[in-house]
Design a binder for this molecule. Structure first.
Ligand SMILES: Nc1nc2c(ncn2[C@@H]2O[C@H](COP(=O)(O)OP(=O)(O)OP(=O)(O)O)[C@@H](O)[C@H]2O)c(=O)[nH]1
Ligand SMILES: [Zn+2]
Length: 386
């Protein structure tokens, strides 16, 4: 058994099989970094193989993601090739970026240049919380602000429930304080543009810039236009992935999920329960979350958005609603008229044939009659079996 450095869960991995970590996906190939210290490996330990996915996995629709633990077969050691035969169970799955088994999200903001905007920080925090992966906050560029400003933010963030690590990439010893949090874990770095994410990754993994430098001159450039994601190994163990620097994450959360994304609400609910289990914690009678907390107004703003989002979702599901919501390319929602339901459409040829089959079946007297139609007189849904 050879669990990877960051994976301390016990997987059902047979002995004498090769396992590794998917660190990147390029076209239809998976870059797999083989586990170190495996029974079977000597020189090959830690080697990177370019792998395809076994046809069996393709047939069952088993996806392979960056961050997946995979079993590799049919290895051509000289050519550095292999085939992925199985995917280990996932501890977590992130959608943006698409990464499996992340242990934490390191949210990076700057204290200045750009100025720290509490609303924007709040949105990033909620978005990160909504993934279910633990969130850890780091404020960069502390060299640009006074001690009083640092203290101000430290106190604010403590009250929000996010003790933040303050660093400056110009002061090595401050960045070093991050290392114990990162080692042995898979960390997704997130945050708006210009806060120093790439500079931080370059500081932590000097070779990372070499690898991407040929393409871009700077780690991350170019990747921000695609969904490309890559895990970079930390010298002391553990992996980092960068995410595109988007500035205003779209929340798309229901009100109940939103409430769970605020540590202030979570800690109050740990001490008491609201009278109604669908309580939205808006100063309602019997609510366990008293409204005297610093981000209460911010919570109300997001709650309004969440209620609108929920309404849109419900409309989407309601077949009689005259409008339906569509997601635009930038994730914005727009309403458009719903097409007439099939009840009012001319029956397709297939349905006409089905109808004839039913009639024939009925006339033969063999089995179900037209009773098998749905109750509203509509023909049974096309189940794709014909
Ligand atoms: N003064 C100061 N400048 C910094 C610090 N860290 C990064 N910078 C500068 O901030 C600018 C932006 O840094 P990047 O690393 O490109 O920021 P990013 O978050 O990767 O930005 P995107 O790639 O747009 O997402 C660069 O000019 C860095 O040199 C710091 O601690 N102090
Ligand atoms: Zn409540």
């Amino acid at each position: 058994m050879a669990p990877s450095e960051f994976d301390d869960t016990v997987l059902a991995e047979p002995r004498a099989s090769l396992w590794g970590l998917v660190v990147a996906i390029q076209a239809n190939y998976y870059r797999v970094k083989l586990d170190k210290n495996s029974d079977l490996l000597n020189d090959e330990s830690g080697q990177i193989l370019l792998c395809t996915r076994r046809a069996r996995l393709r047939k069952t629709g088993q996806q392979v993601m960056v961050g997946d633990r995979v079993q590799v077969e049919a290895v051509d050691w000289a050519g550095g090739r292999g085939a992925i035969a199985a995917v280990g169970p996932r501890r977590s799955v992130l959608d943006r970026p698409p990464v499996a088994n992340a242990d934490q999200i390191l949210l990076v903001f700057a204290l200045a240049e750009p100025d720290l905007d509490p609303q924007q920080l709040g949105r990033f925090l909620v978005k990160a919380e909504s993934t279910g992966v633990p969130v850890y906050l780091c404020l960069n560029k502390q060299d640009l602000v006074s001690t009083a400003t640092r203290r101000y933010w430290q106190e604010q963030l403590d009250a929000w429930g996010y003790p933040a690590t303050m660093i400056s990439l110009q002061e090595d010893e401050t960045v070093q304080t991050l290392l114990p949090r990162l080692q042995g874990r898979t960390t997704i770095i997130s945050g708006p543009s210009g806060v120093g994410k790439s500079s931080l990754i370059n500081w932590l993994i000097p070779q990372a810039s070499l690898r991407t430098g040929a393409v871009s001159g700077k780690l991350g450039r170019g990747r921000h236009t695609t969904r490309h994601v890559e895990l970079f190994e930390l010298p002391g163990g553990g992996f980092l992935a960068d995410t595109p620097g988007f500035n205003q994450p779209d929340l798309a959360l229901t009100p109940l999920v939103l409430g769970q994304c605020f540590p202030e609400i979570r800690s109050r609910l740990a001490e008491g329960v609201c009278q109604f289990n669908d309580c939205l914690h808006q100063d309602a009678p019997g609510c366990a979350v008293d409204p005297h907390w610093s981000r209460y107004d911010f919570y109300l703003t997001l709650l309004k958005e969440a209620l609108e989002y929920q309404e849109g979702q419900q409309q989407q599901r309601d077949p009689d609603a005259p409008l339906k919501l569509r997601m635009g390319e930038q994730g914005q929602q727009r309403q458009e008229p719903r097409l007439q339901t099939k009840k009012y459409r001319r029956p397709s040829r297939r349905h006409q044939k089905q109808r004839l089959d039913y009639l024939r079946h009925d006339l033969d007297g063999s089995g179900d009659s037209l009773d098998s139609q749905s109750s509203d007189g509509d023909w049974p849904e096309d189940d794709g079996l014909s």
